[in-house]
Write a protein of this length. Structure first.
Lengths: 274, 272, 274
């Protein structure tokens, strides 16, 4: 005899409530709600809002929007062009070099194909490369290599390794183990197993990831210029510092357009390699 | 290929057709040429003396960074708290704007594919293309330095990220469930609430926490352009070449990033 | 031809998959290995080419001890042992021809396999084998474009491309419909007879095992509990191998199935796998 049978339909209907969506325990749920609310109050209190300064800025904000809608490509065209060339060349070279270094590290960081010692070494390299923001890495490399795109190239190559190796390694760990076993059963050596069983399975994704990273590297190349590592970021920084919002708007539009084109192109390429 | 002439097999197997082989070679050649060209253009103003000198510079910086000035740690707690607040409040701001944008951008929930959807996609791509540091640069120039600029910068960058992943999740939902709810005579809002939201909720939490984790990382550097947080201290220390302090800041950032990544991984594992 | 002595495998979890298995397969014999799921059939087959490392015991192939071979020695021995897999285990994204040629991986150096420049005899043999399994028109197709039965034929061709002295066959019909299953089993049996090639076929469909093998070995919990000609496999023997079940009914159902090859009878596989 269940409890339900002793209650009338009406009583059971009254007792029904929407089941909790995420956290089953009511106590935990309310603790988390209250904790989060308390955090919000505390965090918001730490934000100082300087109303007069913002009012003063509203005018500049409007001028930025105007600059974005009516961009000025001509007055700083030389700077924009040089910045873009630096950004684009940095992007291409750093992505290519990054891929060349990432592939062996990615294979080494896949538990199912690499011996333990190599696995740990490669995972350590990935962890170091991923821990810091590109801009922080750029600061260090600018200090080492001097100002200019070469420092940016080194920064982006380094950041590419962490990104690409990690995702490639995860992809290799996810491959169909039976295909590997079948190739190994023919008496194939390690290199042959990689070439016949692993490579065909991960190639489409490696191409997809590389194109994605190309895209990210371009976007990042627009940022690391702010700390002196070359590229369009430096031009943008100057434009904003001088309150030349129409030139800044022009640069931002160029960046957005290039990102759009590269995303579109990479979606086409990805479809073809499937 | 003399073996073929000697005892011709009935069929010849070729790994690739001559055409495909030619195309492949041409592709590789073009890639190499592009790389060499870009390399030449990029390094035309490079001063190789500095590049060759880099190991020495690295050793020099390394020696200056050691030992870390641990006493500086006490001045870092407030900036660290600010950094976390920038990331969290910024993520919340991003979520609030991103959710409606995502529904407007998803092919199966948008009110109009000719007008509204392209607009929503434009918002997404604009937000995604521009790094939070650039947003911060702009906002500091517009509303002045401080936490608020950082929060808005993080929020603006998060819109594109969250909305993109969320609208892809919405487009991948099981339409059968939507049809079933529709068949009960439900209104548009009811369909979203009853059929779509339950399906995308795990993805939504996963995406939000993932972005929060990224935002912690990004907010550590926003101070470099004056948008508050621990980056301000980094900038100040770099300006006076106080390398032992920089070391301490790096360690604090590293610890925060590792911790937030751990939290994010745990939460994502719990909700999905 | 093949001999195992007290072959034992204990997995790291403590599960004893094989317990002192002594088995001798003479040249040209087709041996059917039956037993309930988890009886150690797969482990036994994989121990023979050391895809799974045995814990103790010895394996001899033509008086050569396989256990205790060095890595290069193991590769040379693996190429003499052809293996056919459950669910085909083809490299899905490679062409049929590349899959068949991958049977030569143990014979050719890495550069040949990497550039796909196999010796002409190997390619010729691959074509002959594809003719034999009835797939000569599909050589350039990608493996994932084929149906299940066709894929298993490619798997057979790949194993034979190795010029094996022994064939290991792991659940060749596990994901095929009854009709295709019989055809694949018939093909394997025919080819083994043509070349007087010994084979160990691990199969959970008792009726197929009886129909196409010379000898049946029943495993239960890692031990050999039955060893004899297919005719000797009576109700009593099935009960020792699988446990109590209505075996007479299965036989009746299978007799009806014998009459009409095309008639699908899903019950058989179901009963037999219990």
């Amino acid at each position: 005899m269940s409890a339900a049978a002793t209650l009338s339909a009406r009583e059971r209907a009254r007792a029904w409530r929407r089941p909790p969506v995420l956290i089953q325990s009511a106590a935990w749920r309310y603790t988390i709600y209250i904790g989060f609310l308390a955090y919000l109050v505390l965090a918001s209190a730490s934000v100082e809002v300087n109303i007069p300064r913002i009012m003063e800025g509203l005018d500049r904000g409007w001028r930025f929007i105007e600059g974005f809608l009516v961009p000025d490509f001509s007055s700083r065209w030389t700077d924009i062009r040089n910045g873009l060339i630096e950004s684009l060349t940095m992007t291409v070279t750093s992505t290519v070099v990054g891929i060349i270094i990432s592939v062996p590290i990615g294979i080494g960081a896949a538990r199912n194909v690499a011996p333990p010692a190599i696995y740990l070494t490669c995972r350590a390299i990935i962890a170091v490369s991923r821990s810091f923001q590109e801009v922080i890495i750029a600061i260090l490399f600018v200090a080492m290599f001097g100002f200019g795109p070469f420092a940016g190239f080194v920064t982006l190559s380094f950041a590419t390794i962490g990104f690409l190796s990690k995702l490639l390694a995860e992809d290799i760990e996810d491959i169909d183990a039976r295909q590997v076993e079948a190739v190994r059963a023919t008496g194939a050596g390690w290199w042959q197993v990689i070439n016949y069983a692993v490579q065909p399975q991960v190639m489409p994704r490696l191409i997809g990831l590389s194109l994605y990273r190309l895209d990210i590297n371009f976007r990042e190349s627009a940022v690391i210029g702010i700390v002196g590592a070359g590229g369009i970021g430096a031009t943008l920084n100057t434009a904003i510092d001088r309150y030349e919002y129409d030139s800044a708007g022009a640069i931002l539009i160029v960046i957005i357009l290039i990102v759009m084109v590269s995303e579109y192109a990479s979606s086409i390429i990805r479809k073809r390699v499937q | 290929m003399s073996a073929v002439d000697a005892s011709p097999p009935r069929k010849v197997w070729q790994y690739r057709t001559p055409r495909a082989r030619l195309a492949l070679w041409a592709g590789w050649l073009a890639l190499v040429a592009l790389f060499v060209f870009c390399w030449q253009v990029m390094t035309k103003d490079t001063i190789w003396f500095f590049v060759l000198d880099a190991p020495a510079q690295a050793a020099d910086i390394g020696s200056r960074m050691m030992p870390p000035r641990w006493s500086y740690l006490n001045q870092l707690w407030v900036p660290l708290w600010d950094t976390i607040n920038i990331a969290t409040l910024g993520t919340l701001l991003g979520i609030i704007i991103a959710v409606p944008v995502a529904f407007l951008a998803a092919r199966n929930t948008t009110p109009s594919t000719t007008l509204v959807r392209p607009l929503a996609l434009l918002i997404i791509v604009a937000s995604r293309s521009i790094n939070s540091l650039i947003w911060a640069l702009l906002l500091v120039s517009i509303i002045g330095p401080g936490l608020l600029a950082g929060i808005i910068a993080i929020g603006l960058r998060s819109i594109g990220f969250i909305a993109k992943l969320l609208y892809e999740a919405i487009e991948e939902i099981d339409e059968g469930q939507v049809d079933a709810v529709k068949a009960t005579g439900a209104s548009g809002a009811q369909i979203i609430d009853q059929a779509i939201v339950p399906q995308i909720l795990p993805a939504f939490f996963g995406i939000s926490v993932f972005r929060w984790d990224i935002n912690i990382r990004e907010s550590t550097i926003l101070g470099l352009v004056g948008a508050g947080g621990i980056g301000l201290q980094l900038q100040a220390s770099l300006n006076v070449l106080a390398w032992p302090q920089v070391t301490v800041i790096f360690i604090v950032i590293l610890a925060t990033v590792v911790l937030s990544e751990w939290v994010s991984a745990k939460v994502r594992a719990a909700v999905t | 031809m093949l001999r195992t002595e007290k072959l034992t495998k204990t997995y790291r979890t403590g599960d004893k998959a094989l317990a002192e298995v002594d088995l001798e397969v003479p040249a040209g014999q087709i041996l059917g290995l039956i037993g309930p799921s988890g009886a150690g059939k797969s482990t036994l087959i994989r121990c023979i080419n050391r895809l799974v490392e045995p814990t103790s015991g010895k394996i001899f192939l033509k008086d050569q001890e396989i256990t205790g071979l060095s890595r290069s020695g193991l590769k040379r021995t693996r190429r003499r042992i052809g293996m056919i897999f459950q669910e085909y285990a083809l490299v899905e994204r490679l062409s049929v021809m590349e899959n068949v040629l991958s049977g030569r991986l143990g014979y050719v150096p890495f550069w040949r396999s990497f550039t796909r420049k196999y010796p002409i005899e190997d390619i010729e043999k691959a074509f002959t084998l594809l003719d034999r399994v009835g797939l000569s028109d599909h050589a350039t197709k990608r493996a994932d474009a084929l149906s299940g039965g066709q894929r298993q034929r490619v798997g057979i061709a790949r194993a034979l491309e190795q010029d094996p002295d022994l064939l290991l066959v792991d659940e060749p019909t596990a994901s095929l419909d009854p009709k295709t299953s019989r055809r694949i089993m018939r093909l394997i049996a025919e080819i083994c007879r043509e070349r007087s090639l010994p084979a160990i076929i691990n199969i959970h469909d008792v009726v197929l095992a009886q129909g196409f093998t010379d000898r049946i070995v029943g495993l239960n919990a890692g031990r050999v509990v039955f060893d004899g000609p297919p005719d000797a496999l009576d109700t009593e023997a099935l009960t020792t191998i699988y446990g109590e079940e209505d075996w007479a009914q299965m036989r009746r159902a299978s007799d009806e199935d014998e009459d009409d090859d095309d008639q699908a009878s899903p019950d058989i596989a179901l009963v037999a796998s219990r």
